[in-house]
Unconditional design. Sequence first.
Length: 115
Amino acid sequence: MVCTWKKGWLGLMAAGLLSLTMGRFAVAADSGRASVGHARASGGFLAGLDRTVGLTPEQRDAVRGLLAQQRQASQAAREQTDVKIRAVLTPDQQKKFDSYLAQQKNNRGWKPAAN
């Protein structure tokens, strides 16, 4: 009896694992569309959104404009914060801070916002 129960339990576990694994492959293969989690690796947020929801050209242009506004606002907020941080640092710390920021920007492939 115990042996049969163990076999049944193991079979159920194996079926569950197989089902989870196949579900992941099915989601990844869904009509060739990338999942939202992989949007950056496959062309950025806009490309992932377009593949996921099927944007019209007009919608794509509108979203592109909104994302550009967001980037500009985010960059402005970051710059304002950097100024405030520098204000609380000593001159020696400010030099180190400037160096640190330059290193961070280089590591991230940072580019100034286009005007």
